[in-house]
Design a protein around this ligand. Sequence first.
Ligand SMILES: [Mn+2]
Length: 348
Amino acid sequence: MTAPAAGGPPAGAGPTDTDWAAAVAAVRGLPATARVLLICHVNPDGDALGSMLGFGLGLRRLGVRQLQATFPGPPEVPEPFRWLPGSDLLVPQDDAYPDPDLVICFDAASESRLGDLVDRLDKAGTALVLDHHASNTGFGGIHLVDPHAAATSVVALGLLDRLGVTLDAEIAACLYVALSTDTGSFRFEATTPAVHELAARLLATGISPGEISRRIFDTRPFGAVRLFGEVVGRARLEPAAAAGHGLVWTYATREDLARHHQPAYVLEALIDSVRCTAEADVSCVVKQSGDAEWAVSLRSKGAVDVSRVAMALGGGGHRFAAGFTGWGTVDEVVERIRTELPGALLPT
Ligand SMILES: [Mn+2]
């Protein structure tokens, strides 16, 4: 895991006036010929893509002409997000400016989430980081990291406002996708009054929350429905784990995906089908990402700080939603989680 860089944000504190001013100056000071590259984390989710593309549309409104957006790995955007306004900004990572004047990074807690794009941070004239993970390692040059923000899109809109960009329906659709995915459709603890006030601002542009929700949460191929049936059917409940708070977990292999002809992104929603288990505070989904490599998602209902578990195992995230990459067999990965759980109990 990357050590916190000197000058990184102190844990828990949001951006200062100085940080905001530096970010505004970095954008306003761009010459007309500047090349701006927007990047986000690997396996981009609604917040990563929505914040990045919504902000990109804002930059376009400000007159930035040489503008690209990209993310590490294969360039395919998960089907539920392909309609997002601003998707024409996306380029495959190999086509992204090798040495942009400004790089802006969205929703990535550490450089390890940026894959091969991490070199752009070093080669860019200025690197601006927008994020909301408390575990953010402080990489990059200018930090707008607010651990109290429900989504990176909250930070993105804060910067767009300070840049004088007028919110329109296209920008709002992107930011609404980001906000609604990271708050679990406004169900999670992070859904503060400020979140609803922000949602109201976005909805006031005329976007349709019903249509957006249907597209991103409620539309899946039938093969994904069958796949979920199998994978949820093999879930295991361990009531004694986490000092009696309980653990429920399941796993999905690449073979499971192939058998049902499904792309990996459909498994993003799997954790929601598992975490409803009443008898477990902690839920876990282990998804195969390589021969002996697994992408692990962790959720907690409040008794356990799963970001501590994830950080102990090389990942990061939020107190009640975190993840890491595990190696070995499924049983080995789950055993490591079991071992970390008692040390991650929150005070009652
Ligand atoms: Mn996020």
